[in-house]
Each structure stands twice: as C-alpha cells, then as structure tokens.
Design a protein around this ligand. Structure first.
Ligand SMILES: [Ca+2]
Ligand SMILES: [Ca+2]
Ligand SMILES: [Ca+2]
Ligand SMILES: [Ca+2]
Length: 629
C-alpha cells in the first residue's frame, strides 16, 4: 500500500515537473480584454512582498488579468529593486524567497491571473570585481557568464581599461544598442550569453510559472535578440520597455518579428506623455492633438499597432521618488486612469494609483470589461476642448463614453447613454442596454468591499514566532560578531557596533553554523545583519530584510573591502524539509509527514511548503526535494 502510494506521488510529482501548458507564439493576444497591474513602485519592498501580494490574490483577480512584478532573482543580500541582477536561477530577492515567489505565482495562476516577469538582460551586476559573474547550476547544467561576454565598449571604455590593466579580456563585439552605466552590458552576440539567457527565460516560464515577460531597457540591444529569445521561451505575453518616440517604438516592434509576426508588444510612452501634458498644461485637447507628428503620436492611434500597445500613465521611473527628479503626474490621476481604462491597448495600472483609489479603479475596470473594450477597439473623439475631452470607445458588448477634464459635466452626452461613474474630473457613460448588468456588477463590487472590510477587521492577530539567522564563514575568523538592526529602526538589538559575539553553533548539512534567534511579533517585522570579527573589522556586506530562517555563507571574496555574503538555499531547503529533524532528508521524512497527516504522530516541521496546513502537497514537496528538484 505504502509503495503504491509512493508510486502515485512520484508520478504526480513528475507530472507537475514536466507538464507545460501550450502558449501563444505571438507577442500579445489579439482582441485582448485583459488589464494589467504594475505590482510595484520604487522601493515598494513592503507593499510588494510576495506574501503580501499573494494575500490580495482574490481581490486582484476580480479586476486584473496580469500582474507585473519586480525582477525576482537575487541581486545580492541588500535592498535592491532588481534592476542590477546578479544571479538568474537564485530567486531570493528583497521581495521574498523562491518558495514565496512560486506560491504567489501559482496562487495567481489558479485564479486566472498571469504573472509577468521583469527581464533585465541588457546588463548585469558583478560579483566582486568589474568583470566576474557567479557560477550557477540549474538541472545539472552549469551557467556562467565571463568577462568575454561583456561588450567591448561597455561603460564608455572604462571596463576595457580595467580589463587591460587586470589581464582580462572582454568580447570583441561592441554593444548592439545603448549602454547602461555602472552595470556590465552583456554581448548578446556571444554564444555563451545566448545559452544563459535562453535557459533563464525558459526557466521563468516553464519552472517558476511566469506567464510572460516585461523586457527592461530594450534599446540596449538589437530587437532581433528579443525575437530569438521569445521564439525559444514562448511566453504568452511580452512587452518591451522601448522608452522613446512612437516611430522608434514601432521600429523596435517590427524588429522583433519572426515569420512576419511581432514577438513582443511595447509600452506606449507617448500615450503617457499626452496625458501628462493635458494635465500639466490644463489643455485636454492635448490628448489627441496632431501637432507632434509621428513620433509624438501614441502607439494606439495606429490601428495596425494597437494590439501591441501596453498603455500606462505612471510607472516606477516616472513617479515621484525621494531623491531624484522624476516626471510624475501630480494632479488629476483619477482622470488619467479613467482615460487609460477607456482606451484600446492593454492598460497597465500603477500600484500607487491602485492603492490610493481602489474603489474608483475597480469601477472603471468593471465598466471597461462590461462594455468589452479590448486592445484593438476603435474609438471616436466626440469633443475636444481645453476644459474637457470626450471619447467614445467601441467594445464587444456596447460603447463607453469617457469625459475627462476640469468640467466634464459641460459635455452633452448623446441619447442612448447612461452615466455610471462621475467625479470632479471625469465621467463614464455606457450604452443604455448594459445598465442592468452594470447595476448587478456594481452590487458585486459593493459586496466585495464589505466582505474585505469585515475580513480585515476579523483577521486573526499575527502569531508571534521565532526567526533564526545562521551564518558560516569560509574566511578564518577568530570570533564571530552579529551586528543587528531591525525594521523599527532599533539599532541596538545586539548593542553598538560591532554587535554581539556569537558562540552558539549548530551542525546542519555538514557545516557548522553560528546562529541567533529573534522574536518576530508583527507581519512586516524584519531584521538586518552585518557579520564581522575582532572589534568590527573585517566585516561583510549588509544582509537586509530577513523575514524567515536564513542561511548565509561568508565567501573569501571582497567587494569594496567587505566580504561577500551568499544565500545558502540548499541548506535552508534541507533544513525546511527535514521533517523529523534528524539532519537529513530521506524516506523517513515522507513517513513522518504521512503519519502527521494520519494523526498518528506530530511533527512541527511537517508543513514543508509553508502553506499553513500539512497535507499531500507537503509529501510531494519532500519527494521533489529528494529527487533534486
Ligand atoms: Ca554598462
Ligand atoms: Ca547594451
Ligand atoms: Ca529527516
Ligand atoms: Ca503544507
């Protein structure tokens, strides 16, 4: 019986590992009615934690079809928005662990929401010097980029100078696009780069479960590479950040063609700038003015390219940040989103806007979907005046008239339309025949809002728990100090620098680990650590946002005079999977978990996948771990 059960489980786990769904070969679906959320803003480390986004899955799924999240691979151990990637296959980021990421993606998927990966392959961060990249092994194959994978003209020749005086070689090829200063622009013509990027993208789709890609800085390399990568990885959705005028954006889209079909959509930057200008200049005729010529005309204005336009009004680069001069829309953001959601293209809502005006945006999205507006919908300007602008969009089920501006009430709506939404700076009208269905959907939104409020009020208080930080050093340090500070700005957890000498050790996975355990009493609480020896020197780099038990290795490698820290996920996974806590993971842990499920024994660590219950999925997780997956 037990053997039969194991065989069944084994075949189940093999099914999960090898079953990959069919996907579209094209860059973006036609007549797509979906709406996307940009699930982050700059430094949204708390609001965008994978666990936090996952908890909102039910609510998000009622409105969004796609959620674009920050680049999820490791950029080192300190706070990082993901735009200087260091690893490909190590999915430990400032937003959470690989386990949390996988769980979020699969929860989203189960509710019909696709997750869009931020793919940053123009440039990479380096490990310790100007030109070294980490070696990674994935499914038995080793991937590593080398100095010869760096464009010859990287960073205006500075990298080449460094390489020349340090006995290294760069690629013989110059960059095929723009460079990013401070990161190593990688040479996409290199066979090794091609192999690494393809394996990485295939892994994002087929292993982590992402639905598509948002390619960062696509002006950094020739669009033909995006074509090749997408033809290989086959994402269901692909959108490129080609931050430029529309002529350049269209050329880029055409550059991604395979068999005469574009393999990627692009963000509609000029759509965003028109909205900004209309608001800043208080002249709403700017939304469709003809004055800019081709380059300044939004992508959606061209019928042929509408399908490949992802529209937006704000993103993490244009928003207002603390220490830099950005270009945010400062007023009328509600009107901006109303216009965005009334127009063709695939609208991408900015997380800050969503958080600030959920009720309004929910209703706008609901109106859009009720009318059946899709990315290729046609529209007609009804009136264009400095004080207001009215546009009628044709959906699959009816029409929507959106009026935005300072005096939207001044617009005289034609017969056959009913006002459904109104605020100081916008109004929505829909075809009369849809109003019955609108009222039903509106009631559903209200019921949802009440339910969410009740749920928030009745949410069980956080269960305090303990988190342990483990570290081992490959450098021979006479003593080990932990300097710790936390999310409450308490810098004295282990006293002043250099912190507290740690003498407690444990042997796990064949290594001796120094460790310290902390009490966690709120959901957003975390600790940060710097490890050091003697009276504080030498020391490691920072390890920030430690939310869970974590294993760090101090490598005998320095970056800017500080020892490099790495996550040891192999040890952590073994630690998490060792249900009976005997130091190894084997069939006895499977038996222990089955006994726990059957109620014949109790093992506190039996919830291996961390979903809150012990069930057959934990047994599958152990078998997968044993199989090396
Ligand atoms: Ca560069
Ligand atoms: Ca480049
Ligand atoms: Ca065990
Ligand atoms: Ca579980």
């Amino acid at each position: 019986m037990k053997r039969q059960l194991l065989n069944l489980l084994l075949s189940l786990s093999i099914f999960f590992i090898f079953h990959t769904p069919c996907t579209n070969a094209q860059g973006w679906e036609e007549n797509y009615t979906g709406v996307m959320l940009q699930g982050f803003y700059w430094d949204s480390f708390t609001d965008t934690r994978w666990t936090k986004l996952e908890k909102q899955a039910d609510e998000l799924a009622n409105y969004f079809d796609l959620v674009w999240i920050p680049q999820s691979a490791c950029c080192g151990t300190a706070d990082n928005m993901g735009y200087m990637p260091l690893y490909c296959f190590l999915q430990e980021s400032s937003f959470g662990s690989e386990k949390e990421l996988r769980k979020m993606i699969s929860t989203f998927k189960s509710k019909g929401v696709g997750t869009i990966a931020d793919v940053v392959v123009n440039h990479r961060g380096t490990y310790s010097t100007m030109v070294d990249f980490p070696e990674e092994t994935y499914k038995g194959v080793t991937y590593q980029m080398f100095s010869t994978d760096i464009c010859k003209n990287d960073d205006g020749g500075n990298t080449l100078n460094w390489a020349n005086s340090n006995g290294c070689q760069l690629s013989q090829n110059n960059d095929t696009g723009e460079g990013w200063d401070g990161g190593r622009d990688i040479d996409h013509k290199s066979e090794n780069v091609n192999k690494c990027v393809k394996a990485y993208l295939h892994y994002l789709i087929n292993d982590l479960g992402y639905s598509g890609f948002r390619y960062d800085m696509v002006k950094g390399y020739s669009p033909g590479f995006t074509a090749e990568y997408n033809a290989y990885a086959n994402p269901q959705f692909s959108v490129g950040e080609c931050w430029d005028g529309t002529t350049t954006i269209r050329n880029w889209i055409n550059g991604t063609k395979v068999d005469d079909k574009p393999m990627s959509a692009a963000f509609d930057f000029q759509f965003r700038y028109r909205v900004r200008d209309a608001i800043n200049q208080n002249n709403w005729t700017r939304l469709s003015a003809e004055s800019e010529g081709d380059a300044g005309k939004p992508l959606i204005f061209n019928e042929q390219y509408r399908r490949y336009a992802v529209t937006f009004v704000e993103n993490h680069d244009t928003e207002k940040r603390q220490n830099s001069q950005q270009d945010p829309i400062k007023t009328d953001t509600l009107a901006a989103n109303a216009y965005l959601l009334a127009m063709p293209g695939t609208p991408c809502i900015f997380l800050k806007h969503w958080m600030a005006a959920k009720g309004d945006i929910k209703r706008m999205i609901t109106a859009r979907k009720l009318v059946g507006i899709h990315n290729q919908s046609s529209w007609q300007v009804m009136e264009s005046k400095p004080m207001y602008y009215a546009v009628k969009t044709q959906g699959n089920n009816g029409e929507l008239i959106c009026v935005v501006g300072k005096t939207p009430a001044a617009y005289k709506v034609p017969d056959g339309f009913t006002e459904v939404l109104a605020a100081a700076n916008f109004k929505y009208y829909i075809s009369n025949e849809l109003t019955g269905e609108w009222n039903d959907r509106l009631q559903a939104i209200v019921a949802e809002e009440v339910a969410i409020k009740q749920q928030q009020q009745s949410q069980p208080s956080y269960t305090p728990h303990k988190v342990t930080v483990y570290v081992r050093s490959e450098v021979n340090w006479a003593k080990m100090n932990f300097y710790i500070w936390d999310s409450n700005n308490n810098t004295q957890l282990n006293g002043n620098w250099p912190g507290k000498q740690i003498t407690d050790t444990k042997t796990i996975n064949g290594y001796t680990w120094y460790y310290q355990t902390f009490d966690f009493s709120s959901e957003d609480y975390y600790v940060n650590a710097v490890f050091n020896t003697n009276t504080g020197s030498p020391q490691t780099v920072d390890a920030t946002r430690i939310y869970n038990d974590q294993f760090f290795v101090i490598r005998n490698v320095q970056r800017d005079g500080k020892y490099v820290l790495e996550y040891d996920t192999q040890t952590r996974n073994l630690f998490n999977t060792d249900v009976n806590e005997d130091g190894s993971v084997d069939i006895s842990d499977v038996v222990a978990t089955i006994n726990h499920i059957a109620g014949t024994a109790s093992f506190p660590k039996s919830d291996v996948n961390g979903d809150g219950t012990t069930d057959i999925s934990d047994v599958v997780a152990i078998i997968n771990f044993m199989a090396g997956n």
